[in-house]
Design a protein. Structure first.
Length: 718
């Protein structure tokens, strides 16, 4: 409102000045400077209060407005001091030229290249700029063109002013129409201001150079309203830039205007042709040249549009086939390719193998460090898979932490060998995660399956192939994780001791183990129990029953206070009573949750002692199931060979001594002898440290692994 009031006030001053030459000169050269001075001050204020690209733009506008003020002041001095002897062109003209030269980069910086949105946006910008400038040239600038270079420097300089103003105005119009982002409001106001300047400059040039109505360095009368409006708009633009906080932020497009550049160019060609036919009755050469230029631009724009559409189609296809996080193929595309490879294998009579990879304990990463850390682990796992697999193989992200590798023309032996290579590559070096000192050691359970087309031509059943790989992963998890299970390994209940154990119970056993230990426990006890039972001479069914019971021997600890399992000091009588209930509780859980009554007495008796001093029933000698006697020895060895909050790791020789000391009292002598023989042969491996140990709490040493056996028997001699 203040700006509008000033324009009205200045118009009244012009009318009053026409009756008084002295007042008219003051209005033209004195009062005229007021909004320009304010524009200089507000430009400086905007440069100080804005940020980034907009700050630089307003610094340049401050310089431009300051040069404009200097030029107007010089012109005023010429008008008062030497109106007849002033040079033409003058220092005022130099100030005007420098002001425009600074305004152009100011507007370009204020717009920013991000407004255009890439190569096509730039082309649309140029197309609209050419169209708008062509109209401006036809209506405003063209008629003022000097007839020749002999017209003199004064005419050429005067002609330059409307040209540059029209260029700035056309740039703003092109940015608004062709831009892929919202143009800053302050820059729109600057463009309108220079549009008014172009009209005023053209009017002044026409009146002074052609009609000779205005003399040089004389007041321009009513034309001054145009420049006053320009100054007022520049003031408003500076205030808008400050109040709207137009910084360097990314702006989203508010509407689709992709058709407007072409529409503007087309309407320009039609408008110029109609203008010539109506006023001149023929198409001028300039109009034809501009029309051809714009039509060629439209053709090139269409070519760019087709290219962009093809690129967008490819991007959409890639997005549909690719997992956005890892960059691997997604499950949908993998399923399509798997069916295609199955058909190809049938035609070529070649095998087709799958490797299903499931990262171990991945949930602990998300729970401990957050999903961002989990994403880092997934991306690194995908990178290691890509580096390990062959060029002919296909790898995809099959689930949350699952990856599926399709191996065309690969048999069982080669697939298992490649799976072992993948397992090694995944765990070779820790994954670096911010704020995790040692990183995360990555392990995985891998299942391999292989399919072949039958001699009768029956194609490979893809669903069965995937299910076989999934079952192999399940067996790898049940056997302790960080391993490969191939298609030739047992899957029938009578061959696989863990096949009929619910996955939930195995998970529970691992979670209980993970409370205080940093080495595997239940999985190791199960593995050693199977080998010890075989050495003792038990039949295969008993061997497998022993291994299955050993895998679940500590699940009853789910009912024990967690603090007791990790208490570093001796337990009192009440605490021991709670601990001693876990064998029978475990037997009850296995009976009700797994329907394995055959395992219940074995789990219930795994803390009985050979001399009858154990618990819960005080069984002795042959009254203790032989499977429980085997588990007791393996359980004690696992406890001694891994650190616990209440006991350190025993060296191999000392742990052997403890077993020998318990021979005939705590342990069955036959079982102890068999186990020690297996140790001498190197068949009993060390309990593996948890690969995911760094997935524990951030403070202190992480503990997400496998837990101790019963505290009473951690030293067999006690």
């Amino acid at each position: 409102m203040a700006g509008l009031a000033w324009i009205v006030l200045y118009a009244g001053a012009i009318a009053a000045g026409q009756r008084s030459p002295a007042l008219g000169k003051f209005v033209a050269f004195g009062l005229y400077l007021v909004p320009i001075v304010i524009a200089v001050v507000l430009s400086w204020f905007a440069a100080a209060r804005t940020e980034g690209r907009v700050r630089l733009a307003w610094r340049l506008m401050f310089v431009s407005n300051a040069l404009w003020f200097a030029a107007e002041l010089t012109w005023g001095l010429y008008a008062y001091l030497a109106p007849k002897d002033a040079p033409v062109p003058s220092f005022a003209d130099l100030g005007y030229l420098l002001s425009y030269a600074t305004a152009v980069p100011a507007v370009l910086v204020g717009l920013g290249f991000g407004v255009l949105g890439g190569a096509r946006g730039l082309f649309d910008f140029l197309l609209v700029f050419a169209a708008v400038f062509a109209v401006g040239w036809e209506l405003v600038v063209g008629p003022l063109l000097p007839s020749s270079l002999s017209a003199g420097l004064q005419a050429l300089v005067a002609f330059f002013f409307p040209v540059i103003s029209m260029s700035i105005f056309s740039s703003l119009i092109a940015a608004v129409v062709a831009g892929r982002r919202r143009v800053p409001v302050s820059m729109i106001l600057v463009g309108v201001a220079f549009g008014l300047s172009a009209a005023s400059e053209a009017g002044y040039l026409y009146l002074s150079k052609f009609l000779h109505v205005i003399q040089p360095y004389a007041g321009s009368g009513w034309l001054n309203l145009g420049w006053q409006a320009e100054a007022v708009l520049l003031c408003i633009a500076a205030l808008v830039a400050v109040r709207r906080s137009e910084g360097d932020q990314r702006l989203t497009p508010d509407r689709d205007m992709t058709i407007l550049p072409a529409l503007v160019a087309f309407l320009t060609v039609v408008g110029l042709a109609v203008f010539d036919l109506v006023l001149v009755d023929e198409l001028r050469a300039v109009t034809l040249a501009v029309s051809v230029l714009l039509m060629v631009g439209l053709l090139l724009r269409q070519i760019l549009a087709v290219r962009d559409r093809a690129r967008l189609t490819r991007q959409l296809q890639t997005a549909a086939d690719t997992d956005s996080l890892t960059g691997l193929y997604n499950r949908r595309f993998c399923a399509e390719m798997l069916h295609a490879e199955a058909g190809l294998s049938a035609r070529r009579q070649t095998p087709l193998s799958l490797i299903l990879i499931d990262l171990d304990h991945f949930k602990n990463v998300n729970d401990t460090y957050g999903h961002a850390a989990g994403d880092v682990v997934l991306v690194e796992a995908a990178h290691r898979l890509r580096r390990t697999l062959r060029a002919s193989d296909l790898v995809s992200r099959y689930g949350g932490e699952e990856f599926l590798c399709v191996l065309p023309g690969t048999g069982e032996e080669a697939a298992v060998a490649l799976a072992e290579h993948i397992r090694s590559a995944l765990s070779r070096t820790p994954v670096t995660i911010p704020d995790v000192t040692d990183g995360v050691v990555l392990t995985a359970s891998l299942g391999v399956s292989t399919g072949r087309t039958s001699r009768q031509g029956t194609p490979i059943d893809v669903d069965k192939l995937v299910n076989a790989a999934d079952q192999a992963v399940y067996r790898a998890k049940a056997q302790g994780r960080d391993r490969v299970v191939g298609p030739g390994q047992p899957s029938r209940p009578d061959l696989d001791p863990l096949s009929e154990i619910p996955a939930e119970l195995i998970w529970l056993a691992d979670q209980i183990d993970a409370r205080v230990g940093d080495h595997e426990h239940s999985a190791a006890v199960s593995r050693w129990s199977l080998r010890t039972a075989a050495r003792v001479g038990l039949d295969q069914a008993v061997q497998h029953r022993t291994a299955a019971a050993a895998r679940l021997h500590d699940v009853g600890k789910i009912g024990v206070d967690w603090t007791l399992l990790a208490k570093p000091t001796p337990l009192n009588a009440q605490e021991w009573e709670q601990i001693r209930r876990h064998p029978e509780e475990g037997a009850r859980l296995v009976t009700h949750l797994a329907d394995r009554q055959d395992l219940a007495p074995l789990i219930a008796a795994h803390h009985e002692r050979y001399d009858g001093t154990g618990y819960p029933r005080g069984l002795a000698g042959a009254n203790i199931p032989v499977e429980a006697r085997v588990i007791a020895v393996c359980d004690a060895w696992a406890t001694m060979r891994a650190s616990r909050p209440y006991s350190p790791v025993l060296a191999d020789i000392h742990a052997r001594d403890e077993l020998a000391r318990g021979r005939g009292t705590q342990f069955d002598p036959v079982v102890v002898d068999a186990f020690l023989a297996l140790l001498d042969e190197g068949v009993i491996d060390e309990p593996a440290p948890l690969r995911s140990r760094t997935w524990g709490p951030r403070s202190g040493r992480a503990r997400v692994g496998f837990l101790p056996a019963d505290r009473q028997d951690r030293h067999p001699a006690r």
